[in-house]
Structure formats: C-alpha cells, structure tokens
Ligand binder design. Sequence first.
Ligand code: FMN
Ligand code: SF4
Length: 486
Amino acid sequence: MSAYTRIASLKTPGAFRAHTASLGLTLECEEHIETAPSSPLAAPLDADGFRLGNRFVIHPMEGWDGEPDGRPSELTRRRWRNFGVSGAKWIWGGEAMAVVHDGRANPNQVRIDASTRDSLAVMLDELLEAHRAAVGSTNDLLVGFQLTHSGRFCKPNRTDRLEPKIAYHHPLLDRKFGIAPDDPVMSDDELRLLIERFVEAARIAESCGAQFVDVKHCHGYLGHELLSAHTRRGPFGGPLENRMRFLREIVSGVRAATHLKIGVRLSAFDVVPYKPDPSKSVGTKLGPGVPEDYSGCLPYQYGFGVDRERPEAYDLSETVKLLEAMEAMEIRLINISAGSPYYNPHIQRPALFPPSDGYQPPEDPLIGCARQIEATAELKRRFPGLVIVGTAYSYLQEYLPHVAQWVVRSGRADAVGLGRIVLSYPELPADVLGAGKLTTNKLCRTFSDCTTAPRNGLVSGCFPLDPFYKALPAAVDLKRAKAAMR
Ligand SMILES: Cc1cc2nc3c(=O)[nH]c(=O)nc-3n(C[C@H](O)[C@H](O)[C@H](O)COP(=O)(O)O)c2cc1C
Ligand code: SF4
C-alpha cells in the first residue's frame, strides 16, 4: 500500500487544495472546469505564426510497436488516430522517430527515412482524418514529427541488448548500464554525419505534411546528453557553445533544406540518477528511490540543469543561457520536460506505481508535477516571447483541468501537454472543453504498465484501462512478467 494520498480519494477541489498545501506546494486548483469558449484552455494561441485552436498539446509517445523495418504498425497508427480524436490542437511530434537504424531505442521504434516515408505520410493523414471526423476543422491543428537518436539508450536490434552510442563517459550511468571505460565515444565525424541524417529526416517530414520538427533534446537521449558533455574534447564538448553545436547545426541545416517550423523538446533540468534503496528492497520488491552515490563526482558535471554542488537539486542557469541562444536562433516552440525515464523516472513522469526497472516513489508524485510546473513557469517568466508547453500533468488526474486552467490563465505556460492520460483517455481534451467534466474511470492512475510492458520487450499501451490493450495477447505476457517480479 502506497504511503501517499491517492488523488481519487480527494473528493473536491478544496480537498485537493488542502492536500497540496499540506505538502507545501504552490499549485493552484480552480474550483470549476470551464468549457469552450470561455475556458483559458479554449483560447487560440499564436505558435510561431500558426494560430492554434486551443491550449491542449499531445506529447510524443512511442509504443515500441513499429514494424522491424521501421514503418508504423496498425498499433502505431491507432495511437496516432487517438491523438487526432483527442481534440487537442497541437500534436507535438507524435512519437520519437529514429533518424538512423543504429539510433533506435528499441527494435520496434519507428524510423524516418526514404523507406518509411510513404507509411508515415499515411499515418499523418489518418490522424488528420480522425481529427476532422471527431472535432471538425484541421485548419487550427499543428502537427510535427519528433526526430531522435537514442544515444546511450540505443537498442536497435534486440530488446535485451543495449548498443549504446555515448557522447562521453558518465561515471554513474556507465556503471548503471554496464558501459566499460574503454567503450568508444561517438566521434565528431559520426556526429557530423548524424546532423545530415536529421536534416534529411526533416526533409522527409515536410514531404509527409508535417508542419514542424522537434529536434529532441530530452530524457537522456543523444541530443540531451550532448548538452552535458562538459568532459568531451573538441567541437561538441566543453563550453555551452560547443555543447549546443549539434542543435545549432541541425537547425541551420533544416532551415536551409525546408520551410518547417522548428521546436525543441528539452529536459530543462535534471538531477543525479536514482536507484531503489538497497536496504529497503526485498527480493524483487523495489525499495524507494535514493540517489546513486555521487560522492566521487563533485563538482557534478554530468548533467544539464543540475546543481553542481548539490546534484539532487536542479539549477536553471544554463537552461536560461540555452533558451537565450535558441531565441537568437529564432526557435520559438519549446516543450519543457525534465530528467529521464531510465535513471530518474520520478522526476520525468511522476507516478504512484513504479515501472519494473524503477523504484518506489521517493516523494509524493504531486511534488514531481509541481516541480515541472514551477520550473516551466520560471522559464516562461524569463522568456515571454517563446511559446512554452508544460509537462507532467497526468498525475493530477481529476484535477488536471483545474490546475491546467490556472497555469494557462496565469501565464505560467502557454499550453498544457498531455502524456500518459491520453493513452487511457484519448478524448479528455474534447470532454473538458465540450462538457466540462471527465469520465473518471478512464483517468490514468499511473500504474506504469505502459512503461513496464516495453521494459519487458512488449508493446506499450494502457493495459489496465484501455479495453483494446486488455484484450491483446501482450496483456497476458505482461501479467506473467509482473508476476515473476513479485
Ligand atoms: C509509453 C510512453 C512513451 C513515451 N514516448 C515518448 C517519446 O517518444 N518522446 C518523448 O519526448 N517523450 C515520450 N514519453 C514521455 C511523455 O511524453 C511525457 O513527457 C511523460 O509521460 C510525462 O507526462 P505525463 O505526466 O502527462 O505522462 C513517453 C512516455 C510514455 C509513458
Ligand atoms: S498503463 Fe495506463 S493507467 Fe498505467 S500509467 Fe500508463 S496510461 Fe496510465
């Protein structure tokens, strides 16, 4: 039984407010859900010259369910159709698409290249068609593709074999993921070739009808890792100017080759990697998260947006410099995320129940939501000219619309991104804006099966709540995998 109060047990906005106050959080919760057109979530938004129809964004979410040759499968397409049905007017990336085979996070990650182009175009068309059928016009719908290379977390060929491409040796992550001190670091030439592949992928995205590309810089993958490559020598390491060279060169290449808008999904802050407390882990039962021992690594120079002296805390000073540089590059679309699902999931996707490779939450997951909302608000305050999307709202459950209204009304973010909750409840934005109420039995309760399944080589989806996934043979395999862990 979890030590933390369940959101479902908080029966009124007042009870939710009292609970957040008891945790010392500055998280407001409005009394009522407002509908369109008066809701702040229904207000149009100018996103780099494009007028969006509302303030809901669907975050990229992959499903470990592409075909081995990199094309989307029927499961992938179903998820994209659901994104279209949601009523959200900004589809941020759809899902991470690998720009090269070796950069895939798993053997079923969708790849973007000439061989997959036509099927990606079909998938995008299906999303648009689903949106039209469910909510009407697509004139105010902005859809982009998320471009990625998974760097340290590549598993292109087997679900159980990391084939990491690292930007530098990270003492804690190397140890955690079995990377030897003499394992190779990606060369500058490899990075230069990869920049060309990102540019080519953007060309393909444009030909499919995507309106922007997200040059992914979050969650521990390659772009994000390069931002913390303090110890790397040469043009891609050392001073921030060098650590952002990968981004800068991709952006100038994409600008020269396409007319696309450019967005960046950024882990704006981070903390040290965590692990289950060994003294409280019994058998396969995970203990609460504790930081990996970083005592030999101070001052800490192995993260981006991490406090160098106290790396359990975050520090936005370099993030501010990076956003200044992005603003100067005329990048306007920013999606703020944090941390990584591989080494500190409580920072990245607050949950009551841990995924199989995680740990019990070391804090009330609401603290994780508030941390991302506060950091995002601080960045929005400093960069009023950027269009900023916030993350980590799913755990708010019943009170997601109430908090989201407050965030947007008070200018703490321009738009509210939805992750897991859209897997369990795709129509949430339409229900909020249309009816002003939620179907509570569809709310994501952060069971983490959508992360545990792929960690066990299975497709991702909402197995507990989506009847479609409940009925898949993979649901039986997942049950077995979870039973083996007990
Ligand atoms: C199954 C799953 C797949 C995800 N895939 C991606 C992805 O492809 N790209 C990405 O940037 N984030 C990905 N994320 C992270 C989400 O976009 C989001 O940041 C995270 O779930 C926190 O938001 P939430 O609290 O609304 O779920 C994924 C998350 C989940 C649960
Ligand atoms: S499996 Fe479903 S309920 Fe569990 S975290 Fe994922 S979306 Fe939420």
